[in-house]
Design a protein around this ligand. Structure first.
Ligand code: MN
Length: 497
């Protein structure tokens, strides 16, 4: 890449910052670019390009995601302290303590390498500590990873596979847990090519053919629906064909399910029509109108607006038949729901009314993991709890009042109780699931209504529960209750002396 090309990229980036942020933010970004450019002077990427193209691409992605300006600046500076002679103190002097703090979080994460369990666990620990201190570190890490994947062809094959596998096993599940669908999809598709090259090629070849075969039909249906909605005075903000082929790896994973058995024709939502309307009420009106136009397929109507998915995803979905029996799926949602599905937790930085703050509930699991890792020296145990808390599929179980509790697959009634309230857990003696009495180690399923049976005389959890529960939060709470009891016993004994 020539200097001229880099200057052009810088210019585009600054224009974007000025558009999405402000003129003074663009000036700050320019200063940060100059600082990073000077610091990385003489360094090269594996491609042979000047190093600065990497921090620039990272920052640009963050600006496209409309992250706050500190995060964008953090993207420009993220490799400075580790790879150059400029230090965190220099960054603090030039750009303030908030930026320096953010960059220090990324330096601490370092590179997660598969060199034995020990090192792997250690790096994961660091990553979650950094995330718990400032969730923006992981956003910078995502953008950093994306550019590294985009330039992965310049690395030797064994490194390509290792880096791409790490993305599929660690980064993309975290993105999913933060409901950042777009980042998850981009990370996965870039990694997919290196981890499963044959499957990637096959899907890439076959999908355009499938689309071509359906294109005419989709356009026809789209016109019918648009015309009808216009008649009913519903303002459609956007209507487009949504293709699952947009995210190849997630399609690939779906194909692996036993009921699909690698048969593309069994995936009904390979292509869907996505309708975006201004209000929630409009969403339900559109659903009614579509069902009036076409016969809905039984059991395929899903109301994720009233009952969002555990990661916060909201939408109405229905699969219908046209008059010739051809199948088509619709996804109906508001603009806000659509943004949340793409940007997830990062979308909250877009909204001025929230003041840039995110709901602490959504991040509670990170703090629980950090608390847990402070207490355990057992790496295997720690990795297992991470696997359960993040990498496991999530389910929703309901309280008798209809509150949804977000849990990992395999969670027990005791996990459920502790997620509702510590006291409910400590006093738990039994559980009813869908009105049936079950044992306390019974694995819950999505949609289960769980009623915890308590005994007010019970004060302490059972020590054996530590082996039974699946979530870090329940483990922390059981341990805390048992420790508290031990301390007060000791004090009593000491008092008697
Ligand atoms: Mn980097």
């Amino acid at each position: 890449m020539t200097n001229e090309q880099i200057n052009k990229k810088l210019e585009e980036f600054l224009v974007l910052v000025e558009k999405n942020y402000s003129k003074s933010d663009a000036e700050l970004a320019r200063l940060a670019f100059d600082f990073a450019d000077e610091a990385h002077k003489g360094q090269k990427r594996y491609s042979g390009d000047p190093y600065i193209i990497h921090p620039l691409a990272t920052a640009r992605k963050l600006a496209e995601m409309k992250m706050d300006i500190t995060t964008v600046i953090g993207g420009l500076l993220h490799d400075v302290p580790e790879d150059t002679s400029r230090t965190l103190a220099d960054i603090e002097k030039e750009f303030g303590s908030e930026t320096a703090h953010l960059v220090s979080g990324i330096v601490k994460i370092g590179v997660i390498k598969y060199r034995g369990m020990e090192r792997y666990a250690e790096n994961l620990r660091k990553m979650f500590v950094a995330m718990s201190q400032d969730i923006r570190t992981i956003f910078i890490k995502f953008a950093d990873r994306l550019h590294n994947l985009q330039t992965l062809q310049f690395r030797p094959p064994h490194k390509q596979k290792r880096i791409a596998t790490e993305v599929l096993e660690i980064y993309s599940p975290i993105a999913d847990r933060l409901s950042m669908g777009m980042i998850k999809g981009e990370l996965e598709d870039l990694a997919f090519k290196y981890v499963y090259p044959k499957e990637y090629e096959w899907l890439n070849k076959i999908l355009p053919l499938k689309y071509k075969a359906k294109e005419k039909f989709l356009k026809k249906i789209q016109l019918i629906v648009l015309e009808r909605l216009k008649k009913e005075n519903i303002a459609v903000s956007e209507m487009a064909v949504f293709s699952r082929a947009k995210y190849l790896y997630s399609l690939y994973k779906k194909l692996q399910r036993p009921e699909i058995d690698n048969n593309l024709d069994k995936i009904f939502d390979l292509f869907a029509l996505r309708v975006i309307v201004p209000t929630v009420a409009d969403c339900y009106s559109v659903l009614g109108i579509i069902h009036n136009l076409f016969q809905p397929m039984p059991k395929r109507i899903k109301d994720y607006i009233a009952q969002p998915k555990p990661n916060g995803y909201q939408s109405l979905q229905t699969t219908v038949f046209d008059d010739k029996g051809e199948i088509i799926e619709f996804q109906i949602r508001t603009k806000e729901m659509d943004e949340k599905a793409e940007y997830g937790i990062a979308a909250h930085w877009n909204y001025k009314e929230t003041g840039g703050k995110i709901n602490p509930e959504q991040l509670k699991w990170i703090n629980e993991l950090v608390k847990w890792q402070e207490q355990t020296n057992n790496n295997e145990e720690f990795i297992n709890s991470i696997k359960f808390d993040i990498f496991q599929n999530r389910i929703f179980a309901m309280t008798p009042h209809g509150d949804a509790i977000d849990l990992p697959e395999g969670a027990t009634p005791i996990d459920f109780a502790y997620h509702v309230h510590s006291n409910l857990g400590n006093k738990c003696v039994g559980a009813m699931v869908n009105d049936q009495l079950v044992s306390l180690d019974h694995p819950l399923e999505s949609g289960d209504v769980v009623e915890i049976v308590t005994n007010k005389n019970r004060k302490l959890p059972n020590h054996d529960w530590l082996e039974m529960v699946k979530t870090t939060m329940a483990k922390n709470k059981i341990r805390a209750a048992l420790n508290k009891e031990k301390t007060s016993e000791r004090k009593k004994l000491e008092g008697k002396k």
